[in-house]
Design a protein around this ligand. Structure first.
Ligand code: 10G
Ligand code: SF4
Length: 314
């Protein structure tokens, strides 16, 4: 049996996550603990635990933050109401919303101003969707399931646009759009792709390797939309099995029985140290050969939030 690992590239941290995690780290250095963070800065257990150990306090809502304290908003974005609530409590805020999420917020605002109905494709209850919808609650209709697409109502079918969450399955989103366009032939496309480069690049990489894999292991947390999508994409693209794990120790030995080729990748919120630990775990069990499958080289990086940069001494 020839055991080998195919390692997807790109995988792991995207530019928005890198910036958000560094924002909390630098805020801790600059202002000292505690630094409050509204919601998980990114949807990764290890990241949240590590930052908590260093003095970050994760809360669900701004009313849990003491008056006048410092709070960081997560990479997934917040609605204007959250900014207002923070201002009402005189909180100092640093907004770590990814600029690519902000771009979608701007689109929502612009189309709402032009009085469009906005069909927002995304997962109900996800923080990003709540933030984007909050920009124009009177104009946004959420489309999550096929049933939503079949039943959603609009005021004027000639003035409708679709936007989306940034971390969806590219293929499934297109299915949803086609479904919507059958009902609303004039449905306008977003001015540019809302599903971001990192989400789509990670899906392309996993799609490329999945047909050769008996098993695809995706490192990522259960509440991480883009990580969960990678498992689905792996299975759709022909992997015989695929699982999402936070840590190498979660690999069930039964998954490895009769397996030769294992694909490994990770979600956009996952530090590469967790992938390296998984490779070590697999190496100890005979999977010593690792081949990287590169489908794109990512060079994008974002500057830290302005509110933080102004205080940093370099
Ligand atoms: O994939 P989701 O949106 O659940 O988030 P994540 O924290 O696991 O990954 C990074 C993506 C974002 C910050 C949303 S734009
Ligand atoms: Fe930004 Fe995309 Fe990363 Fe979300 S997944 S933080 S939109 S780069």
């Amino acid at each position: 049996m020839s055991k080998r690992v195919l390692l997807a590239k790109p995988r792991g941290y995207c530019a928005g996550v890198d910036r958000a995690v560094e924002t909390v780290e630098r805020a801790l250095e600059q202002y000292g603990a505690p630094v409050y963070v509204r919601k998980e800065i990114v949807h990764n257990k290890y990241v949240v635990e590590t930052l908590s150990d260093r003095g970050a306090i994760f809360v669900n809502e701004t009313d849990e933050v003491p008056e006048g304290a410092l709070v960081v908003f997560s990479a997934h974005g917040v609605s204007p109401m959250v900014h207002e609530e923070a201002a009402a409590r005189s909180l100092r805020t640093i907004d770590a919303t990814c600029p690519l999420v902000t771009k979608v917020h701007m689109e929502a605002k612009r189309f709402a101003r032009d009085d469009y109905d906005i069909l927002l494709i995304g997962h109900e209850g996800h923080e990003e969707v709540e933030g984007t919808a909050g920009e124009a609650p009177q104009h946004v209709r959420l489309v999550d399931t096929a049933e939503d697409a079949a039943t959603v109502e609009v005021r004027d079918p000639s003035k409708v646009v679709w936007l989306s969450q940034t971390t969806l399955s590219v293929d499934e989103t297109m299915v949803r759009v086609r479904q919507l366009k059958e009902r609303f032939p004039d449905l306008q496309d977003p001015p540019s792709d809302d599903i971001c480069y990192a989400t789509s690049n990670r899906q392309v990489a996993v799609k490329t390797m999945a047909p050769s894999c008996d098993l695809v292991l995706v490192v990522g947390s259960k509440n991480s939309s883009n990580s969960v999508r990678l498992v689905e994409v792996a299975l759709q693209a022909g992997a015989r099995a695929s699982y999402l794990i936070d840590y190498a120790k979660e690999v069930d030995p039964a998954w490895l029985e009769g397996v030769e080729t294992i694909g490994v990748t990770s979600g956009a919120s996952v530090p590469d140290i967790l992938v390296m630990e998984l490779l070590k775990f697999l190496e100890a069990r005979g999977w010593e050969e690792v081949e990287e499958i590169t489908t794109a080289n990512e060079k994008i990086a974002f500057a830290l939030p302005r509110e933080l940069r102004k205080d940093l001494v370099r």
